[in-house]
Design a protein around this ligand. Structure first.
Ligand SMILES: [Zn+2]
Length: 427
């Protein structure tokens, strides 16, 4: 159910004999326990963890003599958080369109390893990595984490962006006679038949899901964010292949027409959705499509982009999408659309992902809704809801400890004290 990532994880456990640590029973004392499935904050509880998963939630009380106890009784405990829109295996955005070309594939891999650790330590124990410029850097990072070579969150990876030539998934802005390396152009497509070919290729080489670049992007030279790039037929071709393989598609789409074309084509999720209109919101709601709206990073880009003199084109498009997206988010909350938690970490430094909670509350969610977006809702979007996003028995013992009550002040999630992944305390 968890795709290739899960198979590698299971293989790693059996091959490396990691079951020794996993098989141990651990008792976690929680001062308070946030239950996003019920939408409640419980009092003190003891979680019994066996084989890396939650086996039982017990009332506060004594544990067997000599038991391994993790004492988080001074903290509020939540399921590990999920970010559905990160780019771990890339150098951070600097405003230089050529930035990806300044780093070799090897260096990019090490940058990815650092970003994975930073993200996990910030409390995000699962992520959907929605693309990197060097094809399969994300897949390799996921495999390295699952083998235990690298510390990081559970990852679902897409392999490469499916994008039109010169589209939002390409490095762009160069003279026409400059050759971009082939490993940065693996997902470039020119027809529905080409989409079928390339989406199959991504799955054959380890993609868990598919990311389409449906419209222009903010960090792209030569196209407006609102402009549709992939045709509806091209998007449908990707959805058909993904469905046949038991997987799914999410689309980068800022512009109104591109968003609606993608929803008609059958995508599971829309990233950004900045200029979605009332009809688009109604379509998303009717079809159960997830909107994954990154409503924090516009402020980061505005501040840092001025300081570091990002290209005028980036700054203009950031302004065109930021407020519109927040207003659309508010409408989507009121309309009852499924809203996951995705931040586009890479635009801003990895590890600051939780800054978005405050914005989600400012723009219409209760703190509990924002927590559910980053736990139960995102787990459903991943198709991993039996494994992550909650702490009821059977789920992985992925959990975090924070000081204070995040349902009163959601910004306490910006300062995660401790992190457990699969029953092991990693921070
Ligand atoms: Zn992105």
């Amino acid at each position: 159910m968890m795709g290739n990532g899960m198979r590698y994880w299971v293989a790693a456990l059996s091959v490396l004999g990691a079951g020794a640590a996993q098989a141990e029973t651990v008792y976690v004392r929680a001062g308070h326990l946030v239950d996003p499935e019920k939408g409640t904050v419980e009092g003190a509880r003891v979680l019994r963890v066996e084989d890396g998963r939650v086996a039982a939630i017990l009332p506060d009380g004594p544990v067997p003599a000599g038991a391994h106890v993790v004492d988080w009784s001074g903290y509020t405990v939540l399921p590990g958080l999920i970010d559905m829109h990160v780019h771990l295996a890339d150098a951070a955005e600097t405003g230089n369109p050529a930035e990806p070309l300044l780093h070799s594939a090897m260096e990019t891999a090490y940058i990815g390893a650092r970003n994975a650790r930073t993200t996990l330590f910030a409390g995000f124990t699962s992520v959907h990595d929605v693309g990197c410029y060097r094809a399969f850097a994300d897949v390799e990072l996921r495999n390295a984490i699952n083998r235990g070579d690298v510390i990081g969150p559970r990852m679902a990876a897409v392999g490469a962006y499916i994008t039109v030539p010169g589209g939002g998934g390409e490095v762009s802005g160069f003279a026409p006679d400059v050759q971009v390396p082939a490993d940065m152009r693996v997902g470039v497509v020119t027809s529905p038949a080409d989409v079928t070919l390339k989406v199959n290729y991504l799955f054959q080489h380890g993609a868990d899901s598919i990311k389409l670049i449906g419209t222009g992007a903010v960090f792209q030279i030569g196209a407006d964010a609102g402009m549709q790039e992939l045709s509806e037929d091209e998007m449908r071709a990707a959805v058909d292949v993904a469905r046949a393989r038991g997987s799914w598609v999410t689309v980068h789409a800022h512009g109104t027409a591109g968003i609606k074309a993608a929803i008609r084509a059958g995508v599971r999720g829309v990233e950004h959705a900045s200029m979605i209109d009332d009809e688009g919101i109604a379509m998303a709601r009717a079809r159960g499509v997830y909107l994954d709206m990154d409503i924090y990073n516009g402020d980061w880009t505005d501040e840092i982009g001025r300081r570091d003199h990002y290209p005028e084109e980036y700054m203009r498009k950031n302004t065109e999408t930021t407020l519109a997206q927040r207003q659309a988010f508010q409408k989507a909350v009121r309309a009852g659309v499924k809203l996951s938690f995705g931040t586009d970490a890479w635009v801003y430094p990895h590890g600051l992902n939780a800054r978005q909670f405050k914005y989600m509350v400012q723009w219409g969610m209760t703190p509990m809704m924002a927590i559910q977006a980053a736990t139960t809702v995102s787990a459903q979007m991943l198709g991993w809801e039996k494994d992550v996003g909650a702490l009821s028995p059977g789920h992985y013992a992925d959990m975090i400890a924070v000081a204070g009550d995040p349902t009163r002040d959601v910004t306490v999630l910006e300062h995660v004290a401790h992190v457990m992944k699969g029953g092991e305390v990693v921070k």
